[in-house]
Ligand binder design. Structure first.
Ligand code: NCD
Length: 304
C-alpha cells in the first residue's frame, strides 16, 4: 500500500518522532561534501506547484536529487494549467509518466486530499490553502530539537497572521502531540476563530504571548491572501505586533527566533532580530531539505 503525507493531524507522536530522528541523520548528508545517496535511485519525484515558492520547491527538488531520484518541476504558469486543464487531469497526466512521489502545493485547502486517492504516486502536501503544511512544521520541530534538545515542555509562541497560516495549523498539531505548550499572538482580525479549540492560548497582543517563550515564531503577513482592511498598515503592524530586540526581552534569555520565510523585513521581525544571534531562520532552511529527504525516503522505502 502506498503512503502519503497530507498533514500532521492524523500522525501519531511516534510517527513524528521517527521522521524527526531520520531527518537528523539526513541532515548529515545535507551538510556533507558529498551530497549523494542512493535511497531514491530510479524513482521519480514531481513537484506540482500552483502557488509561488522559493524554498519549499527548491528544497523538495534538492532533497530528491541528493537521494538519487529524477526530479521535475511544474508550476501553474508555463504549464497546461494556463490552458484550463483541471487539477485532477493534470495530476493524472503526471501520474501516468511513472511518478513515484507527487509533491503538491495548491491555494485550495484540501486539494491534495482530493488528488491522493486518484493517483498511484505517494502524495506530499507542500501547503494547501489555509489548511496544512506538514513538512514545514516538521522542519520547525527538527530545528527546535537541535537547539533545545526536546519538544516536550517547550513554550512556543507563534505571532502574526494566524488566520491565513497553514504553517501554524501544522505546527499546532505537531507541537501539541509532542507535548509543547503553544501560545498565539496577533491582531484580533488575523486570529482564527475557534483556534483555541486546538488546545492553544490566544492573545490579541504580542507581549503576553511571548512571555517566557523558549521559541518565538513569527508568521508572514500574507498580503496575497488578504482582503483589504484586516489591519491598518504595515507600519502600524510592526509598531504593535512586530518583534524587535525590546519585545524579545520578554521571552526566555535563550529563546530562539524562527520564521518560515519569506520574511517581510521590518514587518514581522526587525532586521536586527533577523540577522541577530537568536535567529535560526537559515538553519530552518537546511532542516527543510533534511526533513523532506527523510519523508520521501520513508514513504518509498518503509518506516513511515
Ligand atoms: C509558508 C507557506 O507557503 O505556507 N512558506 C514556506 O513554505 N516557507 C509561509 C508563508 O508563505 O508565509
Amino acid at each position: 500500500m502506498k503512503q502519503s503525507l497530507l498533514g500532521l493531524e492524523n500522525l501519531t507522536a511516534e510517527q513524528i518522532n521517527n521522521i524527526l530522528s531520520h531527518a537528523s541523520e539526513m541532515k548529515k548528508v545535507v551538510l556533507s561534501d558529498n551530497k549523494k545517496i542512493t535511497n531514491l535511485q530510479g524513482k521519480t519525484v514531481v513537484n506540482l506547484f500552483y502557488e509561488n515558492s522559493t524554498r519549499t520547491r527548491t528544497s523538495f527538488e534538492l532533497a530528491a536529487k541528493y537521494m538519487g531520484a529524477n526530479a521535475a518541476n511544474i508550476t501553474s504558469s508555463g504549464s497546461s494549467v494556463e490552458k484550463g486543464e483541471t487539477l485532477i487531469d493534470t495530476a493524472e497526466t503526471l501520474n501516468a509518466m511513472g511518478t513515484d512521489i507527487l509533491v503538491m502545493r495548491h491555494s485550495m485547502s484540501g486539494a491534495p486530499n482530493v488528488i491522493e486517492p486518484l493517483v498511484d504516486a505517494s502524495v506530499i502536501n507542500a501547503g494547501d490553502g489555509m489548511h496544512e503544511h506538514p513538512t514545514q512544521a516538521l522542519l520547525d520541530m527538527l530545528t527546535m530539537i537541535e537547539h533545545k534538545g526536546h519538544i516536550e515542555g517547550l513554550k512556543v509562541a507563534i505571532i502574526g497572521d494566524v488566520y491565513h497560516s497553514r504553517v501554524v495549523r501544522s505546527n499546532i498539531y505537531g507541537l501539541k502531540k509532542l507535548g509543547a505548550e503553544v501560545t498565539l499572538g496577533g491582531p484580533a482580525t488575523l486570529m482564527a476563530k475557534d483556534i483555541d479549540k486546538m488546545g492553544v492560548k490566544t492573545f490579541n497582543n504580542v507581549q503576553e504571548a511571548i512571555i517566557d517563550a523558549d521559541v518565538v515564531m513569527a508568521l508572514r503577513i500574507q498580503l496575497e491572501r488578504q482582503k483589504k482592511g484586516l489591519f491598518p498598515s504595515i507600519r502600524e503592524y510592526f509598531k504593535f505586533f512586530g518583534i524587535d530586540e525590546s519585545r524579545l526581552k520578554l521571552a526566555k534569555p535563550d529563546a530562539i527566533v524562527m520564521h518560515p520565510g519569506p520574511v517581510n523585513r521590518g514587518v514581522e521581525l526587525s532586521s536586527t532580530v533577523i540577522d541577530g544571534d537568536r535567529s535560526v531562520i537559515t538553519q530552518q532552511v537546511t532542516s527543510g531539505v533534511a526533513v523532506r529527504m527523510a519523508v520521501m525516503d520513508m514513504l518509498i522505502n518503509g518506516g513511515f
